[in-house]
Design a protein around this ligand. Structure first.
Ligand code: SF4
Ligand code: SF4
Length: 177
């Protein structure tokens, strides 16, 4: 039968020589290959000490944004939850009380805001849907966790530090340090 391509290799069925039977030659050949790789540029990095730069279009964990005065921007309109194809976002709205103007920018705010990171596909549609610039996808990713409930991120995990009271943490979260 004619071969369709010339990729076929004939199997060498000759009996093994004494040198081949003791495998030393093959072990030496294998060691030489290993040794050669010692001096090649490594494809792996020593994470977490060493980190690869992210692509400019990388989409990581969500951050709930504050304005320049440190007030929460989210007005709990629910547009991000509606836009989310994975139905990963849930929230509860509350009304801002007199005296809370320094905490919340709008009259309505998210008393509870949760993202199920096990559902999230990091598509970025929540960021695009938000009319208040209140949520964006950062350059960090959700760390590993042993518990499923550890992947339900609430406001303590999502809300960016206050630029007025925690300027260093805020700058770090913004990637400025
Ligand atoms: S990134 Fe996409 S999947 Fe994740 S919460 Fe936002 S809209 Fe939903
Ligand atoms: S993050 Fe934006 S879109 Fe989502 S509820 Fe808050 S203001 Fe609305």
């Amino acid at each position: 039968m004619n071969a369709l391509t010339n990729k076929a290799k004939a199997v060498d069925r000759r009996p093994m020589t004494w040198l081949e039977r003791i495998y030393l030659w093959n072990i030496a050949k294998g060691m030489a290959i290993t040794l050669r790789h010692f001096f090649k540029k490594k494809a792996t990095i020593k994470y977490p000490e060493e980190k690869r730069p992210f692509s400019p279009v990388f989409r990581g964990t969500q951050v709930l944004n504050r304005d320049e005065e440190g007030r929460e921007r989210c007005t709990a309109c629910g547009l991000c939850a509606v836009a989310c194809p994975a139905e990963a976002i849930t929230m509860e709205a509350a009304e801002r009380k007199p005296g809370e103007e320094h905490l919340y920018r709008e009259e309505k705010y998210a008393a509870r805001y949760e993202i199920n990171m096990l559902r999230c596909i990091f598509c970025g549609l929540c960021e695009e849907a938000c009319p208040k610039d209140a949520i964006y996808l950062s350059e960090t990713f959700a760390p590993a966790n042993y518990q499923r409930k550890g992947f339900i991120y609430g406001k303590p995990e999502l809300l960016i530090p206050d630029p007025k009271t925690q300027p260093e943490e805020y700058a770090k979260a913004k990637g400025q340090h």
